[in-house]
Ligand binder design. Structure first.
Ligand code: OXD
Length: 310
């Protein structure tokens, strides 16, 4: 019998493990904390493994990231070398992300954050929003989740531009590349959306200097990672009125501590890292497809580049 070690939240372990068992009858599925012979395990399927744990598995064929981001694995200083890291991104994950970003973009575009505040003050003050075609949306990052999101925003009538580190263009969308074009990109963003992977070069990218390049009254949506954002710089930009609002789904410390300044801030909307949760049923199907292909000797198209960080 082959073996697979699974690290997901305990509340979803049974769902994941029975979905995987249905597709991989020849595999024994082991709870991450109940692996007694790590060398006999072929696949470690993980979300946020503890640093140093993966090194204990001496016979891995691959490490499978049960998330679009792989920073939760790459952060481990003792990561075993020579084992491919494969990320599982299924259509449900992609759809959830683009739906979340569209929802929050529409929320900001229609000024719902202002109406929510007015409701708390029993204030009746009608106002109209500009057409979506005049609302400039800037998306940073255009990977597996970013590209479908960009298409969904454009299909909803928004004026969308994209900034990415690499030089590839995306058909039908205005693209900006690299640090030299970042300022021009930012200068035209009413709503800036961060969908970047977390790497050494994107860590802390949303800082004071970046925020200052946005037009006055702009808003931010962060669905990348909390570590992209310098929190004190965001608070300063909101206090000064340069930035109008922020929608944050990810935080550098999760769960966000109860005494954190973001919770009570009138111009910050918080969601608990739910923009694109992976679904156990569809995620397990995508995971098992990869494992079956790898066991048949095929190459995966989803191996991440450790040096690049995604
Ligand atoms: C992911 C996430 O990386 O949910 O998929 O954060």
């Amino acid at each position: 019998m082959h073996k697979l070690a699974l690290k997901v939240g305990d509340h979803v372990f049974a769902q994941w493990s029975s979905a995987i068992a249905a597709h991989l009858p020849d595999y024994q599925i082991l709870h991450w904390n109940e692996v007694d012979d790590p060398d006999s395990v072929q696949y470690a399927c993980v979300w946020q493994p503890e640093a140093g744990r993966l090194r204990e598995f001496g016979g891995l064929k691959a490490i499978m990231s049960l998330a679009a981001g792989t920073d939760h694995i790459l952060i481990d200083p003792d990561l075993p070398t020579g084992v491919p890291i494969i990320r599982i991104v299924d259509n449900t994950l992609v759809d959830r992300m683009s739906e979340y970003v569209l929802t929050q973009t529409l929320w900001l575009h229609r000024g719902m954050h202002r109406f929510a505040k007015m409701q708390r003050q029993a204030k009746w003050k009608p106002s109209f929003s500009i057409p979506a075609s005049q609302r400039h949306i800037g998306v940073m990052g255009a990977g597996r989740l970013g590209q479908p999101t960009i298409r969904r925003l454009a299909a909803s009538g928004f004026d969308v531009s994209v900034w990415r580190a690499g030089s590839n263009d995306i058909a039908g969308v205005r693209c900006f590349h690299g640090s030299l074009q970042l300022g021009t990109f930012l200068g035209n963003c009413d709503i800036l959306i961060c969908m970047l992977p977390l790497t050494n070069s994107t860590h802390g990218i949303i800082d004071r200097a970046l925020l200052e390049q946005l037009p006055t009254g702009a808003s931010l949506i962060n669905v990348g990672r909390g570590e992209h954002l310098i929190e004190s710089d965001l608070l300063r930009a909101l206090e000064s009125g340069h930035l109008e609002a922020a929608v944050l789904d990810v935080f550098s410390g999760e769960p966000l501590p109860p005494d954190h300044a973001f919770w009570a801030h009138d111009n910050i909307v918080i969601t608990p890292h739910i923009a694109s949760l992976i679904d156990p049923e569809t995620g397990a199907r995508a995971l098992c497809r990869e494992i079956v292909a790898l066991d048949a000797g095929q190459q995966s198209n989803n191996v991440i580049c450790r040096e690049r960080g995604y």
